[in-house]
Write a protein that binds this ligand. Structure first.
Ligand SMILES: NC(=O)c1ccc[n+]([C@@H]2O[C@H](COP(=O)([O-])OP(=O)(O)OC[C@H]3O[C@@H](n4cnc5c(N)ncnc54)[C@H](O)[C@@H]3O)[C@@H](O)[C@H]2O)c1
Length: 428
């Protein structure tokens, strides 16, 4: 395939797929494909419902179109798959969306086409599960080194590392891992990605290495945060200020800078389960991975228990009280609320029939009963305030304002070390 013959399709234009589509759309004939009709309608109007990109960025992508129609995929010859890889209720990989996207590709796949997966996988998912699935559904075989390419399709895996909300690290400047089970496919991937990436392209020897590398990046973060969460529990028992301990320890060059807190979203809190699933299949029961997950998942309960304990000491009746959550997305500076642990904390207050107010200008809409998304904060009104997400836009909120909106006898919990210590009752 010559570089000027490439017709790209980005399958799934969400947090990962859209920036890729926008970037490739500056260089190649690119189609952003998604089954979400509402999303596609907005994207056609140059509107990103996730609020990550402005119209300006769409205008720069002159070769990019969007569609939810299968027939528009027919002339595509490179498919880049950016589909979610969540877990199910049993905390095992839920591959339904990946399978359904592969079925769509199979309907239009031709010999010589290249499929590149960018979603986060466990080691072996591409080669042991998806290649056979695609071969069966498309009736075309995957190209092994000695096969004649005109009868086979190619496969590649290149995990995505972008970090929504982070303006410093972007597609152009993040080193990108590329892998394939076929030399020609790998060289084609190199040509394609080098058109949009200024950073290093890191070729690894197998797809499994690339899959494993991605899944451990997020798992390492999860474990590190779990460790800091555990430190903060220990220091609370010992009545030592965790923030001060961390600052002191961080003065050593090789102490890793992590803060305690909630781990939500659909990557860091999910990917360790992908790795542990594969590890269990291989006969090894991971220990640290799942312990880290447990510690991080229990953080909302820990925060809740601390609030309850203090309410008893301060004689604050939490029944029908006013609870204010400042920041409810799963992390700073994004609008994404998926798997935000703030909602786990809120659920724990259910039995108190508390009035729950959420103040988060990043969130435009919340489809949850019994929650009030507010734009204005009331003076002397809240019994409990949890400062949960440290968005940049909150930097303007002064501690004095937090004090002003809380009742005289109230609880202020700062999960982010963002407020003045003097006005705060609880911190991690
Ligand atoms: N969001 C991140 O920060 C991030 C970073 C790196 C890697 N990842 C990984 O990238 C993958 C995608 O994550 P995301 O955050 O972009 O998800 P997302 O939910 O934001 O976007 C996925 C898109 O795929 C669409 N989709 C679902 N099924 C489809 C199908 N059959 N055909 C076409 N479109 C379909 C959805 O409508 C959605 O628009 C996941 O594996 C994730 O772990 C995410």
């Amino acid at each position: 395939m010559r570089i000027n013959q490439i017709k790209l399709a980005i399958i799934g234009v969400g947090y990962v797929g859209l920036p890729i589509a926008l970037k490739f759309g500056q260089v190649f004939d690119t189609l952003g494909f998604d089954i979400d009709k509402f999303k596609i309608k907005n994207l056609k109007n140059k509107q990103d419902i996730n609020k990550e990109f402005t119209k300006k960025e769409f205008i720069k992508s002159k070769k990019l179109l969007f569609s939810d129609k299968l027939q528009d995929l027919k002339d595509r010859n490179v498919f880049i798959v950016c589909i979610p890889t969540p877990i199910n209720k049993k905390k095992e990989p839920d591959l339904d969306l990946i399978y359904s996207s592969c079925k769509i590709i199979c309907k239009v796949l031709k010999p010589k086409d290249l499929i590149i997966f960018e979603s986060t996988f466990y080691p072996g998912l591409t080669e042991e599960v998806l290649i056979p699935f695609i071969e069966k559904n498309s009736q075309i075989n995957n190209a092994k080194e000695k096969n004649k390419p005109n009868k086979h399709f190619y496969i590649g895996y290149s995990p995505e590392r972008i970090n929504p909300g982070d303006k410093k690290h972007n597609i152009e400047n993040i080193n990108k891992i590329i892998s394939s089970n076929n030399k020609y496919a790998l060289s084609l991937m190199k040509k394609i990605y080098s058109k949009i990436i200024n950073a290093q392209l890191i070729e690894v020897s197998s797809i499994k290495v690339a899959e494993a590398a991605k899944v451990i990046e997020n798992t390492q973060r999860d474990i590190n945060i779990a460790l800091i969460n555990e430190f903060s529990q220990i220091f609370k028992q010992l009545k030592i200020d965790t923030e001060e301990v961390l600052k002191a320890a961080e003065s050593k060059w090789n102490f890793l800078k992590f803060k305690p807190g909630f781990v939500g979203g659909h990557c860091i809190g999910v990917d360790p389960y992908y790795l542990s699933h594969k590890s269990l299949q291989s006969g090894y029961k991971p220990k640290i991975l799942l312990t880290g997950r447990k510690i991080n998942d229990q953080m909302p309960l820990r925060v809740f228990n601390e609030i309850i304990a203090l309410s008893k000491i301060k004689k604050i009746n939490l029944y029908k009280s006013n609870l204010l959550i400042i920041g409810a997305t799963f992390k700073e500076n994004v609008s994404d609320t998926r798997n935000s642990k703030v909602f786990d904390l809120i659920k724990l207050f259910k039995k108190y029939h508390a009035n729950i107010y959420i103040y988060d200008p990043h969130i435009k809409y919340l489809n949850l009963k019994n929650l009030k998304l507010i734009n204005n904060l009331k003076s002397n009104y809240y019994d409990v305030i949890v400062y949960a997400v440290d968005h940049k836009i909150f930097k303007k909120i002064k501690s004095s304002k937090i004090k002003e909106i809380s009742k005289d006898n109230s609880i202020i919990y700062d999960l982010k070390y963002a407020l003045d210590k003097k006005i705060v009752d609880l911190r991690l």
